[in-house]
Write a protein that binds this ligand. Structure first.
Ligand code: CU
Length: 329
């Protein structure tokens, strides 16, 4: 190969490399990393991407050079010169990818092993998914509709579901784990960055799937200790917690709870609905609608409300929930 061709080929490679580097750096492809595991996953991502960018630059340079230098003129119908294999070249372009792919596998395997290591004293939080809400149970037995975690400590989430398959995802933690009925899946997270991040269900799980969201508050270890001591923030009346934990807001609009679901009727006009239904006083109608939704369907709505709440919500919680819906407090 002539020296001039080598320079031209190299120049094309540098241009291709500069273009893909600009695309890689100009756009924030990844969410901020809020956990140690996420940092490692981002490292694997960039390690692989940089290898791909180098390979892309070489291939793009060779293609551009060939199109430019070896293009046949429009009136040239002759066959090209016969070519034979080039053993040396074939060995090189087999060996280099083998080395690169092996390197990616090793780095990934190391990160996977590190990320499943929960240390000797993890904070174990039970994560329970159901259509269409999350609940989080702490070692002291208390449950919340949102997650609060301290920075710098291994957290082991013990994830399960009571109905269909859901999936736990916090983009800033860069990890997903399925919530499967009858099975306990683990996920290790070590938060590093204080802030509030969304908890998202990332497995299509039914009508309220898009609204199956919660949040995680990452706080300092001191704030976490204070939160535990206080018994956790109580957010509003007790009925609100029951409403949130059971995912009612995924399907219903209810102003006092700030929910905007529209699979089922707006629950702000229950007094009227009870009158129209003619099935007893408002509280009785509301309770029946929750524990036995199929007994009476709101006009114009399908029998889409889960039939599980009668067995799932304990009677004291049910009472709080009914009172909350009737009085809004
Ligand atoms: Cu879900």
């Amino acid at each position: 190969m002539r020296k001039g061709s080598v320079i031209q080929l190299t120049a094309l490679g540098v241009v291709a490399g500069a273009i893909c580097t600009a695309v890689a750096l100009a756009i924030p492809w990844l969410p901020v990393s809020a956990g140690r595991e996420a940092g490692r996953i981002h490292f694997v991502y960039w390690f692989t991407t940089i290898i791909c960018m180098v390979v892309f630059s070489v291939v793009a340079a060779v293609i551009a050079y060939s199109v430019w230098k070896f293009r046949a003129p429009p009136d040239d119908d002759s066959d090209g010169p016969p070519t034979h294999g080039h053993t040396q070249l074939e060995i090189i372009w087999t060996a280099i990818p083998v080395v690169l792919v092996t390197a990616i596998s090793i780095v990934s395997a190391v990160v996977l092993a590190q990320n499943s290591h929960a240390g000797t004293d993890p904070l174990i939080v039970k994560v329970h998914a159901q259509q269409f809400a999350w609940s989080f149970t702490y070692p002291n037995g208390k449950s919340y509709g949102f997650l609060t975690l301290p920075t710098g400590r291994h957290v082991k989430l013990d994830i399960t579901s009571s109905d269909v398959i859901h999936s736990f995802w916090v983009p800033e933690f860069s990890q997903k784990q399925d919530a499967v009925p009858g099975q306990h899946n683990m996920l290790v997270i070590t938060p590093t960055r204080i802030g509030t991040y969304p908890v998202i269900c990332t497995e299509l799980c039914g009508l309220g799937h898009a609204l199956m969201r919660s949040h995680v508050d990452v706080v300092s270890p001191a704030d976490y200790a204070a939160w535990v001591k206080k018994g956790g923030k109580t957010t509003g009346p007790p009925g609100l917690a029951v409403f949130q934990q059971n995912g009612c807001g995924g399907c219903h609009t209810f102003k006092p709870a700030g929910s905007t679901g529209n699979v089922g009727p707006d629950l702000d006009n229950l007094a009227q609905a009870a009158q129209k239904a003619g099935r007893g006083p408002e509280a009785q109608f509301v309770q029946e609608s929750i524990v036995k939704p199929q007994a009476y369907l709101a006009p114009g709505y399908p029998d889409a409300m889960p039939h599980i709440f009668g067995t799932q919500i304990p009677s004291d919680k049910l009472k709080q929930l009914v009172q909350y819906l009737v009085k809004g407090s």
